[in-house]
Design a binder for this molecule. Structure first.
Ligand SMILES: Cc1ncc(C[n+]2csc(CCOP(=O)(O)OP(=O)(O)O)c2C)c(N)n1
Ligand SMILES: [Mg+2]
Length: 586
């Protein structure tokens, strides 16, 4: 067996897994390995904050389907990763988080930058490899890479910092990539028979369709059945928006057309989705989940089957292989819904047309608070745009090859109705973890993996404040992106709860901001402020052209303080106060 140091074993295993980019901040803990990254073909992209590195690794993996890798200094560098790894966990991203730890000879003595690093990540990783002996460096590194792919999620490689040194004899393991099958024969047959009997089948195309590259197969199945296809929440890129059967996303601020159509389904095929609880909450006053329908759920993680929604058939399999198998089986069956295909096609077209018309006419929010804000702001100096109109203009100006990341916030959520994609691996929302500060670093990672595509991030002004320093990474490392900031001078999404439940008692909700365009310029990027509707589209288009020429641009759009529907009415209730001194706070 070849003789090498553990540092060499680590780096060789990274190379064997095809790693060409890693994100992080340098540190003494792993300097010995970092020293030989370049000759191994690995670029370490230095970031401003390790949370950014974790999100970049996430974005990198989401666009490429390859591993994202992040690494940092033991202790504080590693605790800075926690939020990003939790986000990657809920985005099902194969991120390998390398966490050098305090030295094995001093752990427990309370030395410098000491922490127990495994517990931090225990419930937000699919696997934790702890290098308890330097001779196992290659084996455990390889396992972290294998498991991240096998289980679609982040893994942690924890390395006591003294274990980078010494001499070991080791063979570098070859990656183990396990092919997934379509699922159990019997369940696939039951599913096909259910679909064959359906009069009104509807398909939910989920993240698994994107990850398994199953859009074409989903399309073939949908076309055969004439079934409307809705995107699962925040997977708007799981079916081409120009397709006549596409009906838009379910979930918060999703498509009314999709919701109405699924509410009438007798059989739902949930393809490549865990049917997460947040993604099917009532919206637009529609409690659309078809409680009487038979549900067929396909997920590659058997533990997700029937977890949230009652199902009739659960298929543990790859979305692509399962779609192919179900279509094959349907060819040999009498398929009831072929008889009413024409009528259903007209129904789909009519619902979509009605929703587009509603969106076109929905230029601002009409609730009392929003109307008050619009009136109040018309008296203020400066001009402020209605977010919905801005979002429509951005949609129209969006380049075809765009990758878009979105943050958490009211305007970002409203954006769900206006974000449409033609191809998968294009939309990177802050998924179920829902952390503000996600969008910019994630799109930077995506741009590193796909430099030929146009990278665009959306963020509200609050979330932007948490993440905007990574614009320095764009400039320093020549990773051009285009960032839209919805400047409404408030933590809007949370303020909406104070409007709905706390009688407009605003606590800590307002933001007096500097000019984000000026900050962008001082970081070496272009900065543009937009306060006229007609400038929105041209500003985005110009920034995308500049991006092709290597320029990062921040477009700050001045928006009114109006607010769309809240995240979730189900999670709050009207305040109850028993003590006299709080009696006015009801
Ligand atoms: C890290 C983190 N902190 C706090 C929250 C709670 N939160 C959710 S949305 C939101 C407001 C976002 O404000 P902004 O980014 O300005 O967007 P807006 O809602 O105004 O459009 C906050 C504070 C969160 N989701 N993540
Ligand atoms: Mg805001």
């Amino acid at each position: 067996m070849p003789r090498m140091t553990p540092s060499e074993a680590l780096v060789e295993t990274l190379a064997a897994n095809g790693v060409t980019d890693a994100f992080g901040i340098m540190g003494s803990a792993f300097m010995d390995a970092m020293d030989i990254f370049a000759p191994a073909g690995i670029r370490l992209i230095p970031v401003v904050h390790e949370q950014g590195a974790g999100h970049m690794a996430d974005g990198y993996s989401r666009v490429s389907g390859r591993h994202g890798v992040c690494i940092a200094q033991n202790g504080p560098g590693i605790t800075n990763f926690v939020t990003a790894i939790a986000a990657a966990y809920w985005a099902h991203s194969p991120v390998v988080c390398i966490t050098p730890e305090t030295g094995s000879m001093s752990q427990g003595l309370g030395g410098f930058q000491e922490a127990q690093q495994l517990p931090f990540f225990e419930t937000i990783t699919k696997y934790q490899g702890h290098v308890a002996n330097p001779a196992r460096m290659a084996e455990l590194t390889a396992r972290c890479f294998d498991r991240a792919m096998l289980e679609n999620g982040p893994t942690q490689l924890n390395i006591p910092r003294d274990f980078f040194y010494g001499d070991i004899n080791v063979e570098i393991p070859q990656p183990i990539r396990i092919e997934r099958g379509a699922g159990g024969e019997q369940s696939l047959q039951e599913a096909a028979e259910l679909l064959a009997k359906a009069k009104n089948p509807v398909i939910i195309s989920g993240g698994g369709v994107v990850m398994s590259g199953a859009v074409e197969e989903c399309k073939a199945l949908a076309e055969f059945l004439g079934a409307p296809v809705v995107n699962s929440y925040l997977h708007n890129d799981s079916f081409p928006a120009s397709h006549p059967l596409w009906c838009g996303p379910l979930g918060y601020q999703g498509s009314k057309a999709g919701m109405k159509l699924i509410s009438r389904a007798d059989v739902v095929l949930a393809l490549g989705t865990r049917l997460g609880p947040f993604g099917t909450l009532p919206q637009h006053g529609l409690d659309y989940w078809p409680k009487e329908a038979k549900i067929i759920q396909v997920d590659c993680d058997a533990k997700m089957l029937g977890l949230v929604k009652k199902i009739s058939v659960g298929i543990c399999g790859d979305a692509k292989a399962a779609a192919v198998s179900m279509l094959d089986r349907l060819q040999n069956l009498d398929v009831a819904c072929l008889e009413n295909k024409g009528a259903r096609a007209s129904e789909i077209a009519a619902e979509k047309e009605a929703w587009e018309k509603e969106l076109d006419e929905w230029i601002h929010e009409k609730d009392e608070y929003s109307l008050d804000m619009i009136a109040e702001q018309s008296e203020e100096e400066g001009s402020f745009l209605h977010p919905r109109q801005v979002l429509r203009e951005l949609e129209k100006a969006m380049p075809e090859d765009a990758m878009v990341s979105t943050d958490i916030g009211n305007i970002n959520s409203v954006a769900n109705s206006y974000l449409r994609f033609e191809k998968p691996r294009s939309f990177f929302a802050a998924m179920s973890f829902g952390n503000c500060g996600y969008a910019l670093p994630t799109i930077i990672g995506a741009k590193v993996a796909a430099p030929e595509r146009t990278a665009i991030s959306y963020a509200g002004d609050g979330a932007w404040g948490m993440s905007m320093m990574e614009i320095m990474t764009c400039v320093r490392e020549n990773i051009p992106v285009t960032s839209i900031v919805f400047h409404n001078r408030q933590w809007g999404a949370e303020k909406k709860n104070q409007v709905d439940f706390y009688n407009r008692r605003f606590v800590a909700g307002d933001l007096e901001n500097p000019s984000f365009a000026a900050i962008a310029r001082s970081m070496g990027a272009e900065g543009v402020t937009v306060d006229r509707l007609e400038d929105v589209g041209p500003a985005l288009k110009a920034a995308c052209v500049a991006q092709k020429e290597g320029k990062t641009t921040v477009i700050e759009i001045m928006c009114t303080r109006e607010l769309g529907d809240p995240f979730r009415r189900d999670a709050l209730s009207k305040p109850v106060r028993h003590l006299d001194k709080y009696k006015d706070y009801c």
